[in-house]
Design a binder for this molecule. Sequence first.
Ligand code: B1M
Length: 213
Amino acid sequence: MKDKILNDIKAALMRGDRAGVTALTKAALDAGVSIPDILNDGLIAGMDIIGGKFKNNEVFIPEVLIAAKAMHEGMALIEPHFLKCGIKPMGKVVIGTVKGDLHDIGKNIVSMMLKGSCFEVEDCGIDVPTEKFIEAIRKGGVDILAMSSLLTTSMNSMKDTISALKAAGLRDKVKVMVGGAPVTKEFADSIEADCYAKDAAIAVDKAKELLKR
Ligand code: B1M
């Protein structure tokens, strides 16, 4: 039953069937399937297959885009289940996908899981210019700047933002976390980020660690 419903979510996402993803995600929630299972074995699993097909030229941008829209519908349904904290925030995170990059699914999952772990999150969105990050941090009260990049061509925007933080005298005011598929620990070290997180669950653990430093 659980495997079938997760497979059906995966298949509906791959077809870009928004109504199907919505109905099946609701059905999975009603059946008590866990949120991590719905996320990892349903929605993300479907998007991973689309990613592989895109790489092999078996599907193209329009199909990827409609799959991404279906993914957003599913995520909107599970997000409220993460937001059951109701206590004082542990810390504040400013998050965004860096300049030149429009990918937001991974960033949104990181944001959702941080909120679910009682972080206050200010989401600057996608294609975020350095100045917008700086402006958000200048307002004060920010513990962590979290930057996401999915493109090898946009990764250097992370470096630009860290340089701009230094130039603005703000580098010691926030910890910087970076992540996204092409980002590595080596890259994070090379741009002097404070930490690299491979996935959203690790991002939450690392964010908690950063608060202790
Ligand atoms: Co694009 N795309 N895309 N795309 N796309 C990739 C990333 C690509 C790998 C596909 C491929 O060729 N195999 C490739 C990048 C190659 C590279 O640079 N290495 C690529 C390309 C080339 C492009 C375009 C240039 C295509 C074109 O126009 N010719 C173009 C660029 C547009 C732009 O950004 N300027 C483009 C466009 C698009 C769409 C708009 C169609 C769509 C995005 C829709 C959206 O996001 N709203 C899209 C999609 C969906 C993908 C793939 C298929 C899926 C990405 C995704 O959402 N994955 C992707 C292929 C793939 O990844 N296999 C691909 C699911 C998501 C849950 O994973 O984002 O990795 P991910 O997030 C993970 C971790 O990385 C991590 O946690 C998340 C969850 O655990 N994480 C963090 C992410 N951010 C983090 C931040 C952290 C910590 C962890 O701390 C701050």
